[in-house]
Write a protein that binds this ligand. Sequence first.
Ligand code: NAD
Length: 456
Amino acid sequence: METTEKLVSDARTYFLNGNTVSYDYRKKQLETLKKMLKTHEPQIYRALKKDLNKSKSEVFTTELGFLYSEIDYALKNLRYWMEPDKVTTPITHKGAKSYILREPYGVSLVISPWNYPLQLALAPIIGAISAGNCVVLKPSEHAKETSSLIKEMVESYFDPSFFTVVQGNKEITTELLKQPFDKIFFTGNSTVGKIVMKAASEHLTPVTLELGGKSPAIVDQDANINLAAKRMVWGKFTNAGQTCVAPDYVYVHEKVKFKFLKAVKKYIRTFYSKDPLKNNDYTRIINEKHFDRISSFLTNGTILHGGRTNRETLMIEPTILDRITWDDPIMKEEIFGPILPVLNFADLEEALNKIKTQDKPLALYYFGEDSQVQQQVISYVPFGGGTINDTLSHLANPHLPFGGVGSSGMGSYHGKYSFDTFSHEKSILKQTTKFDLPFRYPGGKITESIVKKVIK
Ligand code: NAD
């Protein structure tokens, strides 16, 4: 497609002309991004209400507020991030100095999903801009209102050769992926992640893949049950479970299961009312396809709480499913909806071994008070990142890299890690011309013995 080709080549010319390199340019673009969001807050709230029925407070905490704090953090630290990193030079290179430069990759492509359609589109852009890249954004076609608004806003605030938005479905994305980007940042499911990585390999383009999977939550017998239930309900049912790091299922110690589930039910009622389907602040499912997929799980196990749905409004009640086994369909794929399957264990090691045989999850949550056991859990099971005695919160700390491992992704971002993700680390060794030690050159008799002394 000619337009796609032109768009990328215009961005490349803009980049190669050095427009994006200076600190001042990057700073100005970050400030523009913040201004763009601040100015359009009412439209943003409206778009997210239409796409997902998100409440204002949820939009602020999980989308806008997150972006503001990432922009502010980048603005505060950008000058420092851009400085070369001096590193040690071994004695074998006496007289030389070494440092690492962070160089922008060039023209980056960001592909984003629909579940946090504003945050997940623009958070990687903060990294791309900070690192001095030009960027093409392909937001999700499923969050139509938000994606159109993003395009409209970006068009009126940014030079299109620097930052542009392409809307469309998988055909458009396929066309985009044929272009020789210098970096691709993809957020979405693992199946599409593989397509993206395959396309990237044609141009040997580096990729960051932010994928999903089944993130377990474990509630041990010594956990603070009330808090565990409260934080589980918040983490699971925020955005109606359409969160990549939502606890997918809960593994609870059999001794505390009854108490835990009673508390979970209490918090579902407290947060979402007795009739969540009539709660105008409760997020809906993105479309019929996902609604039908998620609803089909309601026949698994037994419904302990919730279970009602409304296909007209695309709402599914926060639901607890008991008597679930690993053979149930709900345990075979990422749920990505407001259904919490419950499994119980008597022996923690057995539970951990079972989790270990699954794909490496994006997140893991452990609830328990014994610090030795906490340590054992987090070091025994591989996963992207997680929290002890909480859910989701690790992703809101800009000092922690956020990303998956194995089938839940590769690479990371947030805070300085976003800057690093969109930068090439260029290694420089600056040699002195004041003297020239003879050891490395062939023909000198002392070479071998001296080198052997230095490199033991
Ligand atoms: P998705 O993979 O279906 O779509 C993501 C993007 O890829 C969209 O822009 C879409 O247009 C594009 N796309 C879809 N099919 C394509 C194809 N065949 N070729 C090229 N591009 C294609 O993901 P989704 O359904 O929007 O999001 C849900 C998934 O994303 C879940 O698995 C969730 O866990 C994951 N996710 C991960 C994170 C994270 O940070 N790790 C965040 C949010 C969502």
